[in-house]
Design a protein around this ligand. Structure first.
Ligand code: M6R
Length: 613
C-alpha cells in the first residue's frame, strides 16, 4: 500500500511529484504529502485526503526545489489525518522520509528512542524510522547514506523509503525490502517510485531495486547502489515497455470502464505470439524450460488473493479437464500460515496482477523453501512476484489502474487456458482435433467479448432497477462458479452492496432463506454441462419471488421465460464461458456504483496493491 515518488534533477520537483502522485493514487488515497528541498531549506506540505486535496492545500505556499519526495497513503498505523500523512520529519528537522510498508518492530525502537529524548508527533511506524536515522547520524557521526544503512539493519518489516537531508542538499537515499521501488534514470535527472507509472513520461531507462539494496542518488556522482552489508552493486538498467496512453483515461469517465472496454485487446495481447493457429500450437516462452515439469506434475497448487484467486479457481477446472492434473487452489493468506504439505514434486502457480501482494509473496517463499517449482502469472513486468518465481508468463493486459480488477482477470484466465491446453496436448490428454477446436474457440474470444460489451445499454437499464438493493446473490456452476464469486466481489467492492457468490446447487443448503422479492439473483445459465440443473435452480428462486437476472447463451428461450432479465452472450465451450460471462458482471457493478455516487476507481478502504498482510 501507499505510493511513493521522488525526483532529483534540474527541474522544479513539485509538478513532477504531484503528477506522479496522481498516477500512484490507486495505491492509497487517504492522505498525501510532499517534501521539497530548495538549497538547504526543506519544506513539507501534507494533509488528509486525496492528491487533489493536497493540491488545494499548497495553493499560495512555497513550492520551489529541484529535489523532492511525495507520498500517497493507505493507512496502517494510525488513522488518516494530517499528522499521520507522510513525509515525516526528524526531531532535528533536517530529515524528511516517505515510506511504503510496515516497520514491525517500531514499538520497541520507539520506546528506546523515547528514552533518548525523541518526541514523536504521529501514530505511524514510519516516523520511528526517520528518528532512528537521525539518531544514528548524530551518535555515529555518519552521513545520510550510512545512517540509512545502519538503521535498516535494525528494522524488521517491509519498506520502500526515500529520505532527504537538508545537510546534504544534493542527495537522496532510497532503499527497499519487500515493497517495490523503481529508479528512473533520465538526462541529468533521477526518479524513484513505487512503480514505473510516474516515471515513464520522463525516461524509459529504469533500475528495479532488489530487496536489501540502498540507492544513493547524488547530483555529482549519479546513482550508486549498495546493499545493507555495504557491498557495491552494479545497477542493471532495463528499458520500460510501458506506454503513456495506457495510463490515461482515454475519454472514459473512469479507468474501470476503460479497462472493461479494453478487454478484446488485452485478451488478444495475452495470447499474442503464444497461440499459433497456423501451426496448431501453444508456445509460452516464459515457461518453455518448465514444460516437462507441468507434464510430469502429480499435483498443481494455485495461490492468489481476491480476483486472482478467482482466476485460479477457473484454472483448477481447466487443468483438471484438459490436463487431468489434480489442482488445489489456495488463498495465499491461509496457505502461508497453515503449514501446508508442499514438496519438490509440486508445481505452484502464483497469480497476481500487481505482482506485489504480500500474502502471495509469502506463500511463494514458503513453497519455494519446501522445494516446489513456482510459476508466476503476473501483469506488472519486473514486479516482485515475477522476479522471485522460477519462471512465468506475463498477462500483458497493460496497466490496470482501477482498484477493481477487470481486464487482469480475463488476462489471467486466458493465460491459464493457454497453459492448460498446452499441457493437455503435450500429455496426450487432448486429442489433436479437440485441441485445435479449442484453440480456434479461444482465438475467437476477443471478438465475442466485443459483442458482450455491446450489451452495455441493456446492462445500464438493469443497473438502474437494482441500484438500491441492499443484498445480491450470484450463482453459477462448474466454470461459472468462480465467475459468480467474482461478480459478487465486484459489486461489493465498488458499490458497497452486500453480495455473495455461491455454487448454484448450494443455494438450497442455506442462502435460499434470504430470497424474497427484494433480492436480485444473478445467475449464469449458459448452455452447457449444467444447463438443466441451473434452470432448476432458477425455478427455485422464482418460486420464492427472487428477481432473476440471467446470463444466457444467445438464442436461449427457456430461461427468457423464467427470468426477469436476460443478458445474452455468444456461444462458446464451457471452459471459455468465464471470459464472456464476467463482462456483464463487471459492467453491472460499474453502473450501479456510478448510479450510487460511489468512487468507482478508488473505493473506500481499498488499495490496488496490498503489500501488507
Ligand atoms: O495484485 P493482485 O492480483 O495480487 O491482487 C489481489 C487482490 O488484492 C485483488 O484482486 C483485489 O481483490 C481486487 N480489488 C479485486 O478487484
Amino acid at each position: 500500500m501507499c505510493g511513493i515518488v521522488a525526483y532529483l534533477g534540474d527541474k522544479e520537483a513539485y509538478p513532477i511529484l504531484i503528477n506522479g502522485l496522481r498516477r500512484l493514487e490507486y495505491r492509497g488515497y487517504d492522505s498525501a504529502g510532499v517534501a521539497l528541498m530548495n538549497g538547504d531549506v526543506l519544506t513539507i506540505h501534507k494533509c488528509q485526503g486525496k492528491v487533489s486535496d493536497l493540491e488545494s492545500h499548497v495553493v499560495g505556499k512555497s513550492l520551489s526545489g529541484s529535489i523532492g519526495i511525495g507520498h500517497t497513503r493507505w493507512a496502517t498505523h494510525g488513522p488518516p489525518n494530517d499528522v499521520n500523512a507522510h513525509p515525516h520529519r526528524s526531531t532535528s528537522g533536517d530529515l524528511a522520509l516517505i515510506h511504503n510498508g510496515i516497520i514491525e518492530n517500531y514499538a520497541s525502537i520507539k520506546e528506546e528512542l523515547g528514552h533518548r529524548g525523541h518526541i514523536f508527533q504521529s501514530d505511524t511506524d514510519t516516523e520511528v524510522l526517520v528518528h532512528l536515522i537521525d539518531d544514528i547520524q548524530r551518535t555515529e557521526k555518519v552521513d545520510l547514506a550510512e545512517a540509512v544503512r545502519l538503521a535498516l539493519a535494525s528494522v524488521v518489516g517491509a519498506y520502500a523509503i526515500v529520505v532527504l537531508d537538508s545537510k546534504e542538499p544534493d542527495l537522496m537515499v532510497a532503499a527497499r525490502k519487500s515493497s517495490p521501488l523503481v529508479i528512473g534514470i533520465g538526462e541529468g535527472e533521477f526518479f524513484c517510485a513505487s512503480d514505473a507509472t510516474p516515471i515513464v513520461e520522463h525516461t524509459k531507462n529504469v533500475v528495479y531495486l532488489e530487496d536489501g539494496e540502498i540507492a544513493v542518488i547524488d547530483r555529482t556522482n549519479g546513482l550508486k547502489i549498495r546493499n545493507v552489508k555495504n557491498q557495491e552493486k552494479t545497477p542493471f538498467i532495463q528499458e520500460l515497455e510501458m506506454h503513456l496512453e495506457t495510463l490515461e483515461k482515454g475519454g472514459y469517465d473512469h479507468f474501470m470502464l476503460k479497462e472493461i472496454n479494453e478487454q478484446p485487446r488485452s485478451i488478444r495481447d495475452s495470447m499474442r505470439g503464444r497461440l499459433n493457429l497456423a501451426k496448431g500450437e501453444v508456445v509460452l516462452g516464459g515457461i518453455k524450460d518448465y514444460e516437462q515439469k507441468f507434464v510430469n506434475a502429480k499435483r498443481i497448487l494455485i495461490v492468489g488473493c481476491g480476483t486472482s484467486w478467482h482466476a485460479g479457481m477457473v484454472g483448477e477446472y481447466l487443468f483438471e479437464e484438459f490436463a487431468r492434473i489434480p489442482v488445489e487452489v489456495e488463498y495465499a493468506s491461509e496457505f502461508r500460515y497453515r503449514n501446508p504439505i508442499v514438496n519438490e514434486n509440486d508445481l505452484v502457480i502464483a497469480i497476481s496482477q500487481s505482482g506485489e501482494t504480500a500474502d502471495t509473496l509469502a506463500a511463494i517463499e514458503l513453497a519455494k523453501n519446501r522445494g516446489a517449482t513456482i510459476i508466476g502469472i503476473c501483469n506488472v513486468v519486473g514486479s516482485s512476484i515475477a522476479r522471485v518465481t522460477h519462471a512465468g508468463s506475463y498477462t500483458h493486459a497493460g496497466p490496470e489502474i482501477g482498484v477493481a480488477s477487470t481486464k487482469a482477470f480475463t488476462a489471467q484466465v486466458t493465460v491459464l487456458t493457454l497453459m492448460a491446453l498446452m499441457v493437455g496436448q503435450k500429455k496426450g490428454v487432448l486429442s489433436g482435433s479437440n485441441f485445435y477446436r479449442l484453440l480456434n474457440e479461444l482465438d475467437a474470444i476477443p471478438e465475442k467479448v466485443q459483442k458482450v460489451l455491446a450489451t452495455e445499454a441493456q446492462i445500464k437499464y438493469i443497473a438502474d432497477i437494482y441500484k438500491d438493493a441492499t443484498n445480491a446473490l450470484y450463482l453459477g456452476r462448474g466454470y461459472s462458479f468462480p465467475v459468480a464469486l467474482e461478480g459478487a466481489l465486484k459489486l461489493k467492492e465498488i458499490s458497497y452492496i452486500h453480495a455473495e457468490g455461491y455454487p448454484a446447487a448450494e443455494m438450497k443448503h442455506g442462502p435460499i432463506a434470504l430470497i424474497d422479492e427484494e433480492m436480485p439473483v444473478f445467475v449464469i445459465a449458459t448452455k452447457g454441462a449444467s444447463y438443466e440443473k441451473v434452470v432448476s435452480n432458477i425455478q427455485e428462486v422464482k418460486a420464492r419471488k427472487g428477481k432473476i437476472i440471467a446470463i444466457v447463451t444467445q438464442g436461449d428461450s427457456v430461461v427468457r421465460e423464467l427470468a426477469d432479465h436476460v443478458i445474452e452472450i455468444p456461444e462458446t465451450p464451457d471452459a471459455l464461458v468465464p471470459l464472456l460471462s464476467v463482462i456483464p458482471f463487471q459492467l453491472i457493478s460499474y453502473h450501479i456504483a456510478v448510479m450510487r455516487g460511489c468512487n468507482v476507481d478508488q473505493p473506500r478502504n481499498l488499495a490496488k496493491s496490498v503489500t501488507v498482510e
